[in-house]
Design a binder for this molecule. Structure first.
Ligand code: MG
Ligand code: MG
Length: 623
């Protein structure tokens, strides 16, 4: 698959964008007109720089408001087009994007449109230029990709084809299957963009909220599958207008973009091999048809089986040790060779890492996940351009495969074991035996704060590298603003990761002020809370108003309500079951949550989150 990206996706100057695209490994780029108009580089300079960087200049865009116009306007439009064709010659470019008219079209007549597009195609032919005609989702008369293609067929000129843009097609919910029946020679270009499902006018949705594939909710693998089946072999190019990406680090966004295409390529191959046309009668050999476009695949991973450990880094560990001890964790000793402690409760393992943590407030630094094969999972992550993190190990110690998540949390890919034990724990103290019977505690979920500029990148990272599934996001009110909360989880819910986009005011100092937590699930929360209280645990203090509201909502048995109130427990109930939980005070930027899931309750106590945020905000601002 030939990869591409429009320069409009990135921040920076044209030069910086081109360099970043080359570093990220793109085959080619689309030159967005504004980027050329505003650069000091001559078209010849741009041409040379692209050649030196090994980047194809695949598409010049956009040319607007051409078709369906009065004769006078047509004349002016052809003159405008000729100027661009001359410019493209200097750039050494041969394909231009022409969008369906949104502003100046006054005549809704396919016959006339075809005539005018034919004139454009003939002029383009004289200049060796190919015109890729695209239906904008908000085009005045042409806003459906099949309509644009019909016009291309009517004209039937070798210099006129169509451009398929996933956003314009999927935002309108057009059926993508008819793409398969298109003549591949008439598809001049394919642009891909994902987007969250939003209810708003399609123009604003397109200009501000497009995201890279895997960061939104469009069915892009299916779209691409149809494109591949049509026999298309040209560039698959990202065209993503996004307010955040356009102000984020150029090189980093380019890498995020490239990751999305690598992932989309794999997902498309997967969609093709699983779709009925491939597996039905008539296919031969290994049951896979071959298409002119070759799709690369990646090392395969299954979703992780569970959390292996969570690691908190701290210089002064006294408060953390106290908290964990009060919660009922056992200290399992220090590592044989490193300044690292292991604390466990059942199968929940917490590492306190004092290495290289000078002056660091306690913060979540790493998460371990149980995978089938750490080596394969690591190979996959690296092919998806995840940065590798290395840990110093001695000869007889377990080597962890580690990668860095976008928020710089270190992710370790660990060898899972069916009984839930971890071999590396033998490197600590006297070694840990099997979890005691009845101590079924596990890490239930981990809640990480994401810097605003890396939030979408994080969703794609965990989706593509770890096979976690993004759930519909929620917005939680807090005194500092709305907190966007994105749950990423495995099908069996053994791994639940909650990514929180902190309000800008709090995210300013990112991980310092915004709080993150590790939640543990236990069998009997009331008993756990009582023991913790007896050991002197400082609970997050829940206001009395909360319990009055709780009683009004759920009509709880008075004794039960009194227990909740006495222990600062929070409660939720839905059709699936019940959820009891409590929070500790915060140390540095980390706090802990203990939870009990009753029945098949699947949430996180979302109705209680605003209470938690408000109390934490209050205590933070009291100091
Ligand atoms: Mg487009
Ligand atoms: Mg939680």
């Amino acid at each position: 698959m030939r990869t591409g990206i429009a320069t409009v996706c990135l921040s920076g100057t044209l030069k910086e964008k081109m360099q970043a695209c080359a570093i990220a490994g793109f085959d080619g780029i689309e030159i967005f007109e504004q980027d050329l108009v505003t650069t000091a580089l001559s078209p010849e300079d741009v041409r040379k720089m692209a050649a030196d960087l090994g980047l194809g200049l695949d598409l010049y865009q956009p040319f607007r408001d051409f078709d369906g116009v009065t004769p006078d306007l047509l004349k002016a439009n052809l003159k405008r087009a000729e100027a661009k064709f001359n410019l493209m010659e200097r750039l050494g470019m041969d394909t231009i994007l022409v969008c369906s008219n949104v502003a100046t079209a006054t005549i809704d007549d396919d016959g006339l449109r075809a005539e005018q597009l034919d004139e454009l195609a003939r002029l383009a032919g004289d200049h060796g230029v190919k015109v890729a005609y695209e239906a904008l989702a908000w085009g005045k008369y042409v806003n459906d990709y099949e309509h644009a293609y019909r016009l291309v067929e009517m004209v039937d000129h070798p210099n006129l084809g169509t451009c398929l843009d996933s956003f314009h097609i999927l935002s309108r919910d057009w059926d993508t299957a008819p793409i398969e029946d298109m003549n591949a020679e008439k598809i001049f270009f394919v642009q891909v963009a994902d987007a969250p499902q939003l209810t708003m006018d399609v123009l604003s949705w397109s200009r501000h909220y497009r995201v890279f594939p895997g960061e939104g909710q469009f069915e892009l693998a299916k779209f691409m599958g149809h494109v591949v089946r049509a026999g298309y072999t040209g560039p698959v190019s990202l065209e993503v207008f996004n307010d955040v990406f356009r102000q984020s680090d150029t090189e980093r966004t380019a890498v995020d973009a490239m990751r999305s295409l690598i992932w989309l390529e794999e997902q498309s191959a997967k969609w093709l091999s699983g779709s009925p046309a491939e597996t039905g009668a008539g296919t031969q050999g290994n049951n896979r048809r071959r298409y002119p476009m070759e799709l690369a695949t990646l090392p395969k991973v299954n979703e992780p089986a569970g959390f292996n450990f969570a690691e908190v880094k701290a210089d002064d560990t006294a408060q953390l040790e106290k908290l964990l001890g009060q919660l009922g964790f056992e200290f399992n000793g220090r590592h044989r060779t490193k300044d690292v402690q292991l604390w466990t409760m059942g199968q929940a393992r917490v590492i306190i890492n004092e290495q290289a943590a000078s002056h660091a407030e306690p913060a979540i630094a790493a998460l371990g996940f149980d995978v089938d094969s750490p080596v394969i999972a690591s190979a996959r992550a690296q092919q998806l351009k995840a940065p590798v993190v290395a840990r110093r190990v001695q000869a007889d110690e377990e080597v962890f495969q580690g990668i860095a998540a976008p928020d710089s949390t270190e992710i370790f890919l660990c060898q899972g074991s069916p009984d839930g034990t971890a071999a590396w724990t033998q490197e600590f103290g006297e070694g840990v035996g099997h979890p005691e019977a009845g101590r079924a505690a596990v890490i239930d979920h981990v809640n990480l704060a994401q810097p605003w500029q890396h939030f979408d990148e994080a969703v794609l990272f965990y989706t593509s590298a770890l096979a976690l599934e993004p759930q519909p996001f929620a917005e939680v009110p807090s005194p500092g603003g709305l907190v966007r909360s994105q749950v990423m989880q495995t099908g069996n819910k053994a791994v639940r990761l909650v990514l929180n986009l902190a309000p800008a005011q709090q995210a300013e100092k990112a991980r310092k002020t915004y709080q993150e937590h590790i939640a543990f699930a236990v069998d009997d929360l009331v008993a756990t809370a009582r023991s913790a209280r007896d050991r002197g645990l400082e609970f997050l203090q829940i206001p009395a108003n909360y319990y009055e509201d709780l009683d009004a909502r759920f009509d709880l048995e008075p004794g039960f309500l009194a227990t909740l109130k006495e222990l600062n427990l929070l409660y939720d109930r839905d059709a699936d079951g019940e959820f009891l939980h409590f929070y500790t005070a915060t140390v540095g930027s980390v706090f802990f949550e203990m939870a009990e899931r009753r029945g098949s309750y699947d949430g996180y106590g979302a109705p209680n989150a605003p209470v938690r945020h408000a109390v934490q905000y209050d205590s933070l601002h009291r100091v």
